[in-house]
Design a protein around this ligand. Sequence first.
Ligand SMILES: C[S@@+](CC[C@H](N)C(=O)[O-])C[C@H]1O[C@@H](n2cnc3c(N)ncnc32)[C@H](O)[C@@H]1O
Length: 279
Amino acid sequence: MAVLEKEREFKFTVDDFNFLRKLSNEHSGIQVPDERFDMFYSRLSKRVRKLGLSNFKEYCQYLTHHSDNEFTEFINAITTNLTAFFRENHHFEYLRDVVIPEVILRNKASRQIKIWSAGCSTGEEPYSLAITLKENVPADWDVKILATDLDTNVLQTALEGVYTEDRISGISEERLKRWFMRGKSAQLGQVKVRTEIQQLIQFKQFNLLKEWPMKCHFDFIFCRNVLIYFDRETKTILANRYNEMLSSRSWLFIGHSESLNQLSSDFSLVACTTYRKNK
Ligand SMILES: C[S@@+](CC[C@H](N)C(=O)[O-])C[C@H]1O[C@@H](n2cnc3c(N)ncnc32)[C@H](O)[C@@H]1O
């Protein structure tokens, strides 16, 4: 790997980069290509500065010796958390038109729906799910959404449910009035998700590569724009585990540039990046 030496505040060598990307891969499964060298520098130099260290070699040593405190900060710094309300909106339309009507029929005895948003980032995805469910499921049904992520910072934002107005620019005025509160005075320019939406969701910190403590089966799982960061073997393992976590003939939604093709024969493609269990 050839890296041009740039004028940098902190010395960052290829060895430092290799050490850090190996560490992140072992813990999170995230694959870090050579092109992320500058991204690693810009995100982690904030940590080097904050800790009062002189260069990245010292940061690598610090991580080795103070891993308990710094490891979470390190992982939070290197995750990619891009998300949006009603991102890839065709999935939410498919839920409204196909999935929810079918789940309502088949779960009519229990009147329960269980959903998992795996890799939920700052919460826009599970809140969009909660809004879609609120709008399309009878009010007396028990809807539960588990929303998980590895990154503790994004989960804190998700839990608070407060966003700047530019984050909600694509949402209709009707939906905004119904499901969000606009901030006044000190909170001007911000919106907060209404409590009745938040109450459907349980946020949890959770590494997809480790044990999955859930006992229940889900009616559908959203794991969108997460698999893309993993190697093929990890993707295959995750596809198999999602298959086990879904109830019979249930759905798995993945991101726009992802595919289960050649990863699992347990699912069939039923709509754009929307898979359904064969059994
Ligand atoms: C690009 S965001 C996707 C957010 C949302 N699903 C969407 O499509 O808008 C990917 C998320 O996956 C999370 N992630 C990455 N590796 C993970 C792991 N091993 N376990 C759990 N979450 C992980 C990241 O922290 C990040 O918030």
